[in-house]
Design a protein around this ligand. Structure first.
Ligand code: PMP
Length: 436
């Protein structure tokens, strides 16, 4: 019997701390696609941690690279100083980024990447003589991290509710889920017209006041909402028409999740700015990146004068050498093991398994693309209650999935085997098949 948890000091993120001790869901060890609790129970990881550990847990190549880097150079400051390893990482990353997005700015988390991207868009417009572009467009149900910029962009109710009054000027488009898309596998055929919301916002507010449009190419945190065919293309066209920057938040969709390196390449739409994090280092070391074009960088550079930094922005841990070492080792694994192609090849097996859950009594919708899926549950006693119930019961039965409201996010590592997918689906079937 373990000692009871001391809840007096550690305030847990995104957690009901007052209830945590009643039924703590704890992980002590991880390897491959498995976690183990402190009591030794094996828990299959159906969510790649939180979409982070695309290459699976416990990759010794990354551990060794981090250890070597820590011994060689543990930290570098900024302000006209840098380390060779961050140049090496940026160069390596640029090779797999969507064409043209080859300038990379590093941060420590997805939230930092989002706020960096917002500030970059503002700095670009100001440098281009359009300082009146201070408004952002985002979508209902969007998740763009938890810093104040990202909180302003957020379209998920819980992310905004307690934090009004200090947010930036953001107007929201609709999300793209519609009733007729229920149980659609892949991209819905209809719904591209929802992108006309952007045109309408441009007319309402003046397109010349809008700095950028932020979208997750596949909305992840709300439970995998796949864009209708033609939707992203329409957003791109409207942004071009009004001189608005298009930002793809690929914090979840990046690094093979869709079957391509980035969703941008998968859907054939290139943004002006792109954010990434999570699988950038296989979740091992906190790190994020913002990529943009040389054209955007040039405008910012040319407007600068003297020796002041062109973009007066950065974090103490930007381009951290240890994170760069983890990132290089991670990209080496993706490349050597062909994990993006593997994700594409495994997607049918994975989505077959997801869509086999269709007739279970607690399931009301299924959505999926590549190696990410959402399982919408029938409503429970209160909003979110069914999701929490399912997350808890799945854990007890040996499967880690993330609940978001009354949806479950099912997105295993890109290294997952057919047997593991089958084992995860069996657990889902047994729990979601119960009458509650
Ligand atoms: N953007 C998106 C699309 C995300 O899914 C997330 C995290 N789930 C973030 C930003 C924020 O990332 P982080 O939690 O690393 O700050």
């Amino acid at each position: 019997m373990n000692a009871p948890l001391n809840m007096d000091h550690h305030w847990l993120p995104f957690t009901n701390n007052r209830l945590f001790h009643e039924e703590p869901q704890m992980f002590e060890r991880a390897e491959g696609r498995r976690y183990w609790t402190p009591e030794g129970q094996e828990i299959l990881d159906g969510a790649s941690g939180l979409f982070c550990c695309a290459a699976g847990h416990g990759r010794t190549e990354i551990a060794e690279a981090v250890y070597e880097q820590l011994k060689t150079l543990d930290y570098t400051p900024h302000f006209q100083r840098a380390a060779p390893i961050s140049f090496k990482f940026a160069e390596k990353l640029a090779k797999i980024l969507p064409e043209g997005l080859d300038r990379v700015f590093f941060g420590g988390s997805g939230s930092e990447a989002v706020d960096t991207a917002m500030k970059l868009c503002l700095a670009y417009h100001r440098a281009a003589g359009e300082g009146q572009r201070t408004r952002f467009v985002s979508r209902n149900w969007a998740y763009h991290g938890v810093n104040l910029g990202g909180t302003s962009l957020a379209g998920m109710v819980n992310n905004r509710r307690d934090f009004s009054g200090v947010t930036c000027d953001v107007v929201h488009m609709r999300h793209t889920w519609t009733e007729e898309q229920r149980y659609t596998r892949g991209q819905p055929e209809t719904g591209a017209d929802i992108a006309d919301d952007l045109e309408e916002l441009c007319r309402t507010y003046g397109g010349e006041t809008i700095a950028a449009v932020f979208v997750e190419p596949i909305a992840g945190s709300v439970g995998t909402i796949v864009p209708p065919k033609g939707y992203l293309q329409k957003l791109r066209a409207t942004c071009d028409k009004y001189g608005i920057l298009l930002v793809f938040d690929e914090v979840i969709t990046g690094f093979g999740r869709t079957g391509s390196a980035f969703a941008s390449q998968e859907f054939g739409v290139t943004p002006d700015v792109m954010t990434m994090a999570k699988a950038l280092t296989n979740g091992c070391v906190p790190m994020s990146a913002v990529a943009t074009t040389s054209a955007i960088q040039d405008v910012v550079y040319k407007a600068a004068n003297g020796d002041r930094p062109e973009f007066f922005h950065g974090y103490t841990y930007s381009a951290h050498p240890v994170a760069c070492a983890a990132g290089i080792a991670t990209l080496d694994i993706y490349e050597r093991d062909g994990l993006f192609a593997r994700a594409k090849a495994m997607s049918d097996t994975f989505l077959d398994a997801v869509f086999s859950l269709r007739n279970l009594p607690n399931v009301s919708d299924l959505r999926g693309y590549g190696m990410m899926s959402g399982i919408q549950l029938t409503p429970g006693a209160a909003p979110g209650a069914k999701g929490s119930w399912a997350q808890r019961e799945l854990f007890k039965a040996g499967l880690h999935l993330k609940a978001t409201g009354d949806a479950l996010i099912f997105a295993p590592a890109l290294t997952v085997t057919e047997e593991e997918i089958a084992a995860m689906t069996d657990i889902l079937r047994s729990v979601l098949g119960r009458s509650v």
